[in-house]
Design a protein around this ligand. Structure first.
Ligand code: PMP
Length: 399
């Protein structure tokens, strides 16, 4: 029509584009290590047993009424326990403003909109590199972005010194986006000691820490351990924000279940903040979807099902850890003279391989192996069946 003549096609999403290309490739050898979704050792998507059981219990008992604007109260309650701790004083004192969100992405976006509305002149500091969508989210919320150093290319680890400098040099009271665990795309997390130093410096500068926790449980296999960074900040008295997601750790990708929470000074402030978060949600999507939230509250509200969930999270994390070892050993066996230690040092779903965009192009064009051009390998796509093929291909293009 005449209305949309000036509309040009949008740039392809760098991550979702990889899957499109993979699906279009007819080769029987093809491997998809681009997508950030868990696969079993046969390369198949997984629905957790605890989820299947929860669905059985829900079936027939669920009406389709709207949830409240802030989502399922029971789900939010259980979700806060995972992040802030089972016996958190902040939960007890009702100091947390929390709403159900459209998974982790929706939590980040709602926070970005909240930040814009109530701190209109603020900026957000984002690590280099980060999940590409972080940039889109804060851009669309019209919050100006700054970056801080994070990854050290040479060591394929954390650039701690530069990170600390950037924290010190940012204006007092700046907003920072931190990955709570299993940093995407690098698989590089600060150590506990480093988190303590980061928290200390945040305190000195009066910065606000917003934690994106998309992979709780995927780093160590234990959600409690993976909340360590958050707990350190809480101990130090920070008023933090958290985006939580059940996409990965409960395998509820398409259900879009998550939570945005903001720790406030007291209950009165928490009530006000929550009401404003709901006010932001109302004209966007009115209220969040019900089905996934009931799955989560059914699992976490039942001690047996919760135990099963924790076991299944560990199985997923352990399979990935096992594949890291296998990939590294295969590369070493092939006689690669390069160091592949970072494959096992990095944690979570991704391995930031250090492969160049040209090497990635060769993997795709010559070996039908699909990944983003930044060299990020989703370890969740690696299996007993393809790890040898993958190692050989990586060895060939990195010779
Ligand atoms: N943050 C990070 C760092 C992620 O990697 C992801 C998923 N790729 C998300 C947030 C959001 O995922 P979802 O919206 O599916 O919960």
């Amino acid at each position: 029509s005449t209305w949309w003549r000036s509309v040009e096609p949008a740039a392809k999403d760098p991550i979702l584009g990889v899957t499109e290309a993979f699906l279009a490739d007819p080769s029987p050898d093809k491997v998809n290590v681009g997508v950030g979704a868990y696969r079993d050792d046969n390369g198949k998507p997984v629905v957790l047993d605890c989820v299947r059981e929860a669905e059985r219990r829900i079936a027939g008992n669920l009406n389709m009424e709207y949830l409240p604007m802030g989502g399922s109260i029971k789900m939010v309650e259980e979700t806060l326990k995972l992040a802030y701790g089972e016996n958190s004083e902040f939960i007890r004192d009702k100091r947390i403003a929390a709403v159900q969100s459209l998974s982790g992405t929706g939590a980040c976006r709602l926070f970005a909109d909240f930040q814009k509305r109530f701190c209109p002149d603020s900026q957000i500091y984002i690590p280099v590199p980060t999940w590409a969508n972080h940039h889109n989210i804060w851009r669309d919320a019209q919050v100006p972005q700054r970056t801080f150093h994070y990854y050290h290319a040479e060591s394929r680890g954390l650039d701690f010194a530069a990170l600390m400098d950037d924290i010190k040099n940012a204006p007092d009271g700046s907003f920072f986006l931190l990955h709570a665990c299993a940093h995407n795309p690098t698989g590089v997390d600060p150590s506990e000691e480093q988190w303590r130093e980061i928290s200390f410096q945040f305190k000195a500068k009066g910065h606000f820490a917003f934690f994106d926790m998309a992979y709780q449980g995927f780093a160590s296999g234990d959600p409690e351990k993976d909340a360590k960074a958050i707990r350190i900040f809480l101990e130090d008295g920070h008023h933090i924000g958290i985006a939580q997601s059940y996409a990965k750790n409960m395998g509820l990708y398409g259900q879009r279940v998550g939570c945005l929470s903001v720790l406030c000074e007291d209950e009165k402030q928490a009530v006000a903040v929550k009401s404003q978060l709901q006010q932001l949600a109302r004209p966007m999507y009115s209220n969040p979807p019900v089905h996934g939230a009931v799955i989560v509250s059914t699992i976490l509200g039942d001690p047996e099902l919760k135990k099963l969930w924790l076991k299944e999270v560990k199985v997923m994390a352990d399979r990935i850890i096992g594949m890291r070892t296998a990939l590294r050993e295969n590369l070493e066996k092939l006689g690669s003279p390069l160091s592949w230690e970072h494959i096992t040092n990095q944690i979570g779903m991704f391995c930031y391989s250090g492969l160049t965009p040209e090497q990635v192009d060769r993997l795709t064009n010559e070996f039908h192996i699909y990944l983003t051009r930044n060299g990020r390998i989703s370890m969740a796509g690696v299996t007993t069946g393809n790890v040898g093929y993958l190692a050989n291909a990586i060895h060939e293009v990195s010779k």
